[in-house]
Design a protein around this ligand. Structure first.
Ligand code: HEC
Ligand code: HEC
Length: 331
């Protein structure tokens, strides 16, 4: 009996379609100012899975009517955003939330504004099957890819000739591609971590002071800066009162009681409009929002208080500092 079981196990191991890449594992780059990325043991990136992931990310085959790719809402030419307040899915349907950039999304502890997906792998199949986004079905996407010679050839190169295309495997390849979409080495990084004293202008240096000083901007309490790297996010969820309607109610409760994840602020000068609902147009609008103490509501985070003590100069310096967080973009 035991032998039989072992044989069956061996047999399936030999005949099950492969889900591990065949190529050599890639060493992912770690730009100045960022920590090393942790990669799931069951999804080591290879040059071939990354190339496949990029192709999938840019392919309209992933949407039910072949009208939308991931790259439409996360456009590499627009710092991987769509620069719209909220995104538009298949058949012109408007969503409720602003499309975050893919740049450095690999560093998010959870994915989405409300953290409802854990990993990039968990996240990637979501939009394909979301009726408001790409509107496809599991079988539909798998069929579309199976019927495409170019895609199948990329799959075989990445996973071997016996590969079977599943949405799971597509999600893995997309996640591996996304792990290469990282960006650091900004003027801020050169100044703080590269000890290049002329990398930041005097205004940006003053702005950094306002950002980190608990008695002035108090921004870094949530948008954290560590000793050896900076993600500008505590990876936690907070209520700022964004999305309050005229009746004073929160229109989107996010995680709970209007809480959303502290976004990573890297490249923020390139990713307007801002906040989970895209309601603020410019970085100046964001600073003004904080100066006003957010939007009053019963669940407002205790760290959000009016900053009326900030001078006009300090407010402008804060914006200049945020602009110094623009890093090298992946090619
Ligand atoms: C119709 C536009 C649209 C399409 C198409 C789309 N996305 Fe998104 N994406 C969004 C929006 C909007 C959000 C934020 C949703 C939320 O937080 O509830 C998002 C969130 C994400 C996030 C989380 C980022 C973060 O900082 O939390 C990742 C990663 C992502 N998308 C990858 C993809 C991939 C991969 C595809 C293709 C399989 C894709 N997206 C297709 C609009 C889109
Ligand atoms: C209590 C924690 C907290 C503090 C303090 C805080 N933030 Fe934020 N920040 C957040 C959260 C959470 C969001 C997203 C809120 C939402 O969309 O509902 C956000 C959003 C932003 C955004 C928009 C990013 C984007 O991609 O849309 C910018 C810019 C920003 N904060 C800058 C600052 C600055 C400057 C300060 C200091 C004046 C500051 N923050 C203080 C938690 C905080």
């Amino acid at each position: 009996m035991r032998h039989l079981l072992l044989l069956c196990l061996l047999f399936t191991a030999c005949t099950a379609p492969p889900t591990k890449p065949v190529g050599k594992t890639l060493i992912l780059p770690t730009p100045l100012g960022l920590p090393r990325l942790r990669v799931p043991a069951d999804n080591p990136p290879t040059a071939e899975t990354v190339a496949l992931g990029k192709q999938l990310f840019e392919s309209k085959l992933l949407s039910v009517d072949n009208s939308l790719a991931c790259a439409n809402c996360h456009n590499p030419q627009l710092a991987f955003t769509d620069q719209q307040p909220v995104s538009t899915g298949v058949r012109g349907q408007k969503g409720k939330r602003n499309a975050p950039t893919i740049l450095n999304a690999a560093y998010n502890a959870d994915q989405f504004w409300d953290g409802r997906a854990r990993t990039l792998e968990d996240q990637a199949s979501g939009p394909m099957m979301n009726s408001l986004e790409m509107g496809h079905s599991l079988e539909g996407v798998e069929q579309a890819i199976n019927g495409n010679a170019e895609m199948m050839s990329l799959f075989r190169t990445a996973y071997g000739p016996r590969v079977k295309v599943t949405v799971n495997l597509m999600a893995k390849a997309i996640a591996s591609y996304e792990r290469t979409i990282v960006s650091g080495n900004s003027p801020f990084d050169k100044y703080v971590y590269g000890k290049q004293m002329d990398a930041l202008s005097p205004a940006a240096r003053r702005g950094m002071g306002v950002f980190t000083d608990a008695a002035r901007g108090n921004c870094a309490v949530c948008h954290t800066i560590e000793e050896t790297y900076a993600l500008f996010s505590d990876q936690k969820f907070h209520n700022l009162g964004v999305g309050l309607n005229p009746a004073g109610e929160l229109t989107d409760l996010g995680k709970e009681q209007g809480k959303f994840r502290t976004p990573i602020l890297r490249n923020v000068a390139l990713t307007a409009p801002y906040m989970h609902d895209g309601s603020l147009k410019t970085l100046k609008d964001v600073v003004d929002f904080y100066v006003g103490g957010g939007n009053a509501n019963p669940y407002l985070d205790k760290e959000i208080k009016a900053l009326s003590h900030l001078t006009k100069q300090e407010r402008e310096d804060l914006v200049t500092f945020l602009e110094s967080l623009t890093g090298d973009l992946p090619k």
